[in-house]
Unconditional design. Structure first.
Length: 163
């Protein structure tokens, strides 16, 4: 019988591309965003209001549904846009959308000020804001490539990009 010995070698740390970090963070943000809403269904009276056609203070209409879907679609699409757009466009889009999502996330707790579920909404918003801070930090500090000029024969010059 063999006894397992603890391994003393360090695990390999590979540099994670910013695009992958952003896509994962946007996906995490959306899970938090969605699950705060799903768990809120367990709050007494919420399902009853939905069944009579009211969400918070809004009547459930096609306009409401289109507006809600449009607002949700923006961060949802950022999962794929983080990896599909050119780097500059992905960085700009990420910074803009994340900056807009910060007050939008905070607004979700406003309706509960003074309510019995305030702690739940504060926790949900705090977790969303933590993820948004990481998203903004990673997009802001997006690694850049430096262009260097290397002289070649004659008057021609070649520009090489290095990391």
């Amino acid at each position: 019988m063999r006894t397992r010995r603890p391994t003393t070698t360090a695990l390999e740390e590979q540099r994670m591309p910013v695009r992958v970090k952003l896509a994962a963070a946007w996906a995490s943000f959306m899970f938090l965003y969605i699950y705060v809403d799903i768990l809120a269904f367990y709050k007494p009276g919420v399902v009853d209001d939905i069944l009579v056609g009211v969400v918070w203070q809004f009547d459930i209409t096609q306009t409401w549904a289109i507006t809600a879907l449009s607002l949700l679609a923006i961060p949802i699409l950022m999962v794929v846009l983080s990896v599909a757009l050119p780097a500059r466009a992905a960085r700009i889009a990420t910074l803009i959308v994340a900056a807009i999502q910060v007050p939008f996330a905070a607004f979700n707790a406003v309706g509960e000020v003074g309510g019995s579920w305030l702690a739940f909404y504060i926790l949900g918003v705090a977790l969303e804001l933590i993820v948004l801070v990481f998203i903004i930090k990673w997009a802001w500090a997006w690694p850049r490539t430096a262009a260097i000029t290397v002289p070649t024969t004659g008057a021609d010059r070649e520009v090489r990009h290095v990391r």
